[in-house]
Design a protein around this ligand. Structure first.
Ligand code: AMP
Length: 423
């Protein structure tokens, strides 16, 4: 099949920022009016503090309406159709990617053209390669130092992007630097002196390095905002505005987000120029996850029921959520002492401890990962069989993020939430 993007739409003119651009298909509009229900627990946005808001238990119960047997996406392109440099094709083949995922299939042609893109995609749909491959291809022809900036909401997600960058850039003499909190800033400053082509980071640390005059964004020609909705949820909006505002106007901007909230729309209007909007959102996560409650009156009863469940074979790979850093650590210690090996990630752990915990879980060395909400955001962990909410989430939105860690790709997942008995 010849390489084609099959559209005469949009053009490549760079008018004033803020155009709506050519939106693709009816689906594209879907998130504007069909948004997740966010009632029940209130939303974090707008009102300041909803910790402990009551969520009716019925909201934790749902039979998955979409089975794991969704029809597979039929891509219009093969990777061979994309006019990448042979070195990049070789690395794609080495990663054993044979067919482009939906977001890759639909966005790569536009990104290669230099268009701004808003990709509406659930996590785990191959977004990372969707932006990295065209970026690497451009860089190979035009390896300008510090010309690509990739922002991600969490350290873990930034690290995962960096790992994929390394795989895909093998032998291409293109280099990246990871700028995240919790890691040694002196080392990051030294790495910046070597003028890497790509900087990948979380907004807080990136801002810090800019303020210390160690990172200059004057050469940036490509900006990626990954999981934009989560970044805003985490309160990074001012940093993001400031950071993108420091990059040259003549640039390509790529936003990825699971939803379009009014805040995302606003950022889009400010920073995207005539974007191609591509929506590959499938069913809402909550439709793909079997959800139920577990009733327990006391903490002891919760622990007992939890241990019973974790002893069963079907609980193969379990992400267990607790509310506080201390609670999560205690829960993990308790499970270890009860003969159920677990790992924990929360804000009191160093970056290397978090990485170690994540690796142990990913590689099936432990079957339980205990986490706080913030630590778990943006994680790409395949095959999580169950999400268990030992402590209830503070908001319904947190709940949806939590359960979105299972039922990924085309799998059906299970989510269980502990609730007290009805009085
Ligand atoms: P992401 O959404 O970018 O985090 O990707 C989710 C997972 O899918 C990662 O483990 C990727 O390595 C993998 N992946 C992404 N694209 C493809 C593809 N075209 N073929 C096979 N695996 C892929």
């Amino acid at each position: 099949m010849a390489y084609q993007h099959g559209s005469g739409r949009g053009g490549n003119s760079r008018g004033t920022r803020g155009g709506q651009g050519g939106q693709r298909s009816n689906q594209t509009n879907r998130p504007f009016h069909k948004r997740r229900p966010s009632n029940g627990g209130g939303s974090r946005r707008g009102k300041s503090n909803h910790r402990g808001a009551y969520i009716h238990p019925s909201k934790f119960v749902n039979k998955a309406t979409i089975s794991g047997e969704e029809t597979p996406y039929e891509p219009k392109h093969t990777f061979a159709d994309f006019p990448f440099h042979p070195a990049l094709h070789k690395n794609i083949a080495h990663k054993k990617y044979t067919t482009p995922s939906a977001i890759q299939d639909q966005s790569i042609p536009f990104t290669l053209e230099g268009r701004d893109v808003l990709g509406l995609a659930n996590t785990g749909t191959g977004k990372t390669a969707a932006f990295l491959l065209p970026i690497l291809n451009n860089l190979y022809s035009n390896p300008v130092p510090t010309s690509v900036l990739i922002l991600a909401p969490t350290r873990e997600l930034a690290q995962q992007i960096d790992e994929q960058f390394r795989d895909f850039s093998y032998g291409m003499k293109l280099f990246s630097t990871l700028l995240v909190g919790g890691a040694n800033i002196d080392r990051q400053m030294k790495q910046l002196v070597r003028r890497p082509h790509v900087v990948i980071g979380t907004p807080g640390r990136v801002m810090d390095l800019i303020k210390r005059k160690k990172l200059n964004l004057g050469q940036i020609n490509t900006v990626v905002l990954d999981e934009a909705d989560r970044m805003l949820d985490m309160g990074f909006v001012n940093d993001i505005r400031e950071i993108i505002g420091l990059t040259p106007n003549e640039r390509q901007t790529l936003f990825f987000s699971a939803t379009i909230t009014p805040q995302i729309q606003k950022l889009m209007d400010e920073f995207l120029n005539n974007p191609e909007v591509i929506s590959v959102r499938t069913a809402d996560t909550s439709e793909r996850v079997d959800q139920d409650i577990v009733i327990a009156a006391t903490k002891e009863e919760k622990l007992e029921k939890l241990q019973d469940m974790l002893g069963k074979d079907e609980f193969e790979k379990v992400l267990l959520f607790g509310e506080t850093k201390f609670g999560v650590q205690r829960l993990s210690d308790h499970l270890d002492n009860s003969g159920i090996p677990s790992a924990a990630i929360h804000g009191n752990k160093s970056q290397s401890q978090r990485q170690r915990a994540l690796r142990a879980f990913k590689n099936d060395h432990v079957k339980v990962l205990v986490a706080t909400d913030v630590a778990a955001r943006g994680l790409d962990i395949p095959n999580v069989s169950h999400v268990i909410n030992f402590d209830q989430p503070a908001t319904y939105e947190d709940y949806v993020h939590r359960i979105g860690r299972t039922g990924r790709g085309t799998a059906t997942g299970k989510a269980l939430t502990f609730v007290p008995p009805h009085k």
